[in-house]
Design a protein around this ligand. Structure first.
Ligand SMILES: C[S@@+](CC[C@H](N)C(=O)[O-])C[C@H]1O[C@@H](n2cnc3c(N)ncnc32)[C@H](O)[C@@H]1O
Length: 285
């Protein structure tokens, strides 16, 4: 028997919804969808984490990889940092630039459209800190390309600089923690409906998320579309091997937003890497 939500889903979406590529139609609605995400708490957590790890570490230039609409980058800019955000989605970057202009932060925040596995920024100075949040690295589903992300990020950071990123755990992908919808939302309060269902392919360690969206316009008509997203599960050991292959010092991995080590049921992990303070050739034998 169909549940109330499934019935509502059938009524709202039918069988024939146009499918768009990942992050092509979504950017326009991204910030509305992410309204409840505590981005500034995340920035506070990162700053506190770095301070606990290395209280002598001072940073000015911040690189945000897969920055989406730039909320985290702009939070750093508001705190006085010089920031650069990079994302593969032109729609995301367009919105990030618009937000920077609106906040009067364009002189402190620059955004580029690039694939982070091929990162090559026309920036003269290296960065002190790189961040990549909200499971963006799970979107790099080819492990060889993830190694490239580590290598390209490494070459954009100064010696002694840090790279902080998160990843969804395999537990989160296997337990279908992506399954969410708001079809029960109060119709007087929302014009944006979503219905997401995921499937984890254990043998490939890939999670497919079918994301349906329906946006109501002023006339009460709905724009309906669907995006199919893919995320890959990586183990902590794999990440460590990849990062060390690219030259990073392994500093820490934590259960996200805590200072505890990961547990079997951690949904998200936070990783901290450091670019060694000196070049290998400078270490005396
Ligand atoms: C879940 S969103 C997170 C966005 C942002 N970090 C945030 O916290 O809201 C994932 C982002 O990764 C970006 N992305 C995926 N693959 C990428 C790649 N190869 N290079 C750059 N950006 C990528 C997408 O365009 C999208 O903006």
């Amino acid at each position: 028997m169909m549940t109330q939500v499934e019935l509502k889903f059938r009524k709202m979406f039918g069988d024939d919804v146009p499918v768009a590529d990942e992050f092509t139609l979504l950017p326009r609605y991204y910030d509305e969808l992410m309204q409840g995400v505590p981005y500034s708490t995340w920035v506070h957590y990162i700053v506190d984490l770095l301070n606990r790890i290395d209280d002598a570490f001072k940073f000015q230039r911040v690189l945000e990889l897969a920055c989406g609409t730039g909320t985290v980058a702009l939070e750093f800019a508001q705190r006085g940092h010089q920031v650069v955000g990079v994302d593969i989605s032109p729609g995301m970057i367009q919105i990030a630039c618009k937000k920077a202009r609106k906040l009067g932060l364009s002189s402190r925040a620059k955004f580029y459209i690039q694939d982070i596995a091929e990162l090559d920024l026309p920036e003269e100075e290296p960065f002190d800190l790189a961040v990549c949040l909200f499971d963006s690295l799970n979107y790099i589903t080819d492990p060889n390309r993830l190694v490239k992300v580590f290598a390209r990020t490494y070459s954009h950071l100064r010696f002694g600089g840090y790279f902080v990123f998160d990843l969804n755990s395999e537990y989160a992908l296997r337990e279908n923690l992506f399954d969410q919808d708001n079809l029960d939302a109060d119709e007087s309060k929302t014009t944006l409906y979503y219905y997401w269902r995921s499937h984890y392919y254990e043998n490939k360690r890939l999670c497919r998320v079918d994301m349906w969206f329906a946006v109501k316009d002023e006339k009460g008509n709905f724009l309906r579309f669907k995006e199919i997203h893919w995320q890959r599960a990586y183990s902590i050991d794999e990440v460590r091997r990849m990062a060390e292959t690219a030259g990073w010092d392994w500093v820490k991995v934590l259960d996200a937003y805590t200072y505890r080590p990961p547990a079997a049921t951690s949904e998200r992990w936070y990783f901290v890497l450091r670019r060694p303070k000196v070049m290998a050739s400078q270490i005396s034998p």
